[in-house]
Design a protein around this ligand. Structure first.
Ligand code: 1GP
Length: 245
């Protein structure tokens, strides 16, 4: 377990940052190489890697390839304990604070703890909040938890505040991969003004305009997965809209 918070110090920076989410099942080696080039050109700040359900055994391979091709940090975004890979730089140690499934709040963490302790991964305690986006998402189904309703800003604010009070170091509000509607600007604004830890926003952000709106509302780190799987070229415009802040 890595004791120096190198990745977390980076995530805490004042400037807005861009994380590309890699679902290992959806990529092949050539696509990973394309992403590495964008990263080496300074357009990507982090790779998040993981998924709600992985059916192929690519996680290790893609981490090896990313580490061989680029120095951009690789951060695990695990859907379950099978997705702990010690070759990454860090792990978002996600507690699903929007739900009431004890396994996702603390149970899986107990199982993972000894493996993480003996790894060199940097552990980043993260309050993970699913926000309703108009359709059920894989994350909500697989975690047996209900998302926070789209327009219940007060619930989101109180949940994020409680997460910070419990000592979590990041809040990640996620509308879910391929969400019809990203998290609303109003919800981002209200949560951001009530916490002092960095706020990550993801789910359904597929254009530079949507990334810009989320940044304008207070997101510190924007995560994009789906749109980039379909069209890696969007990295350029989304990255410049985030970095223009
Ligand atoms: C999902 O926040 C991520 O967990 C990214 O969502 O795939 O819709 O970009 P998208």
């Amino acid at each position: 377990m890595h004791l120096n918070p190198i990745i977390y110090d980076g995530l805490k920076q004042k400037r807005k940052q861009f994380a590309v989410l890699i679902d290992p099942d959806k990529y092949d080696a050539s696509h990973i190489s394309v992403l590495s080039e964008y990263a080496n050109n300074g357009l990507i700040d982090y790779f998040f890697i993981g998924g709600s359900l992985l059916t192929e055994d690519h996680l290790d391979k893609w981490i090896d390839l990313l580490k061989a091709n680029t120095r951009t940090p690789v951060v695990l975004f695990p859907g379950n304990t099978l997705q702990i890979c010690p070759k990454a730089d860090a792990i978002l140690f996600l507690s699903l604070i929007s739900g009431r499934n004890a396994e996702m709040l603390i149970g899986k963490h107990v199982i993972a703890a000894p493996y993480l302790k003996s790894s060199s991964l940097e552990i980043i305690p993260t309050g993970y909040m699913l926000i309703d986006s108009g359709k059920q998402t894989a994350a909500s189904y697989m975690s047996s938890s209900q998302p926070i309703p789209y327009d219940k800003h007060d619930i989101a604010v109180c949940t994020a505040m409680a997460g910070e009070m419990l000592g979590l170091k990041l809040i990640y509000m996620d509308a879910g991969s391929g969400a019809l509607n990203p998290v609303s600007e109003m919800m981002i604004k209200q949560v951001k003004s009530n916490i002092s830890i960095p706020l990550i926003i993801g789910g359904g952000i597929n254009t530079a305009e949507k990334a810009q709106k989320a940044c304008g509302a207070g997101a510190d780190i924007i995560v994009v997965g789906n749109a980039i799987e379909k069209k890696p070229e969007v990295i350029a415009s989304i990255s410049s809209s985030i970095k223009s802040f």
